[in-house]
Design a protein around this ligand. Structure first.
Ligand code: DX5
Ligand code: ZN
Length: 229
């Protein structure tokens, strides 16, 4: 089966109601989310603290699509098995989280899950030159990680370079941070196929008013796909 490089929208539940994750996840999936992006933060690698494996296991009971777990933690290797056991489909580690990213990706794949590698804005595309046969996804951060709702940092050139490096390998390019209908087209045109969006999806909606989530997701998707037409 050929690799699916169609545009996928992955809402980040960092922007969801922290008192209602189950219904928020159900709402975004009912409103068109392709993946659910779960931001794990340890208060050490990034200046924020979110949730760990027990919470992710609880989210899993509500995720019917793909649970895309973004580990903003260091060290990371100690926790890979716990997030795999919690039900992650994709486990993404930051290349900056330690000295042995090659071994980390091997360890993620050894759990049977898909492996992602994330690059902070200051890390060049070429840093993954020797990882493209070990990774199923490269996540390009377009904010400095730690919070939702931050200002977009343009990494279009990095995305273009990555797309060139990946060639026909079955590797997704995911964009994470400040994605909205304005930034989506240039990112899609540069070669990204997975667009993470937190504030641009959850803004103005709620579990009581979920169609706003659907409108927001559709607007990002339409903007991205318009750049590919
Ligand atoms: C930031 C997280 C992102 C963030 C995206 O560290 O990795 O996934 O939640 O939120 P927005 O789309 O609001 O920038
Ligand atoms: Zn993220």
């Amino acid at each position: 089966m050929s690799f699916d490089r169609r545009i996928k929208i992955a809402p980040s539940i960092l922007s969801a109601d922290f008192a209602d994750f189950g219904r928020e996840i159900q709402a975004i999936e009912a409103q068109g989310a392709d993946w659910v992006h779960v931001d794990v933060m340890d208060g050490h690698f990034v200046p924020n603290l979110t949730f760990g494996p027990p919470a992710v296991a609880a989210f899993r009971r509500h995720v019917g699509t793909v649970m895309d777990v973004h580990l903003m933690i260091a060290p990371v290797d100690l926790y890979i098995q716990a997030f795999a056991d919690a039900g992650a489909d994709i486990i993404t580690a930051h290349i900056e989280a330690g000295p042995h990213i090659h071994r980390t990706l091997q360890a993620i794949r050894a759990t049977g899950k898909k492996a992602g590698v994330a690059l902070n804005p200051g890390t060049p595309a070429d840093a993954v030159a020797h990882l493209l046969d070990l990774a199923d996804l490269v996540c390009v951060m377009t904010v400095n990680p730690g919070f939702g709702g931050q200002k977009f940092i343009d990494m279009t050139d990095k995305v273009r370079r990555l797309r060139q490096m990946i060639g026909d390998r079955p590797v997704h390019i995911e964009i994470d941070g400040g994605v909205d209908p304005t930034t989506a087209p240039m990112l899609a045109a540069a070669g990204a196929d997975v667009l993470v969006a937190g504030s641009a999806v959850f803004r103005g909606g709620s579990v009581a008013n979920p169609t706003t989530y659907g409108d927001n997701i559709a607007a990002i998707r339409r903007a991205a796909e318009s750049a590919l037409a």
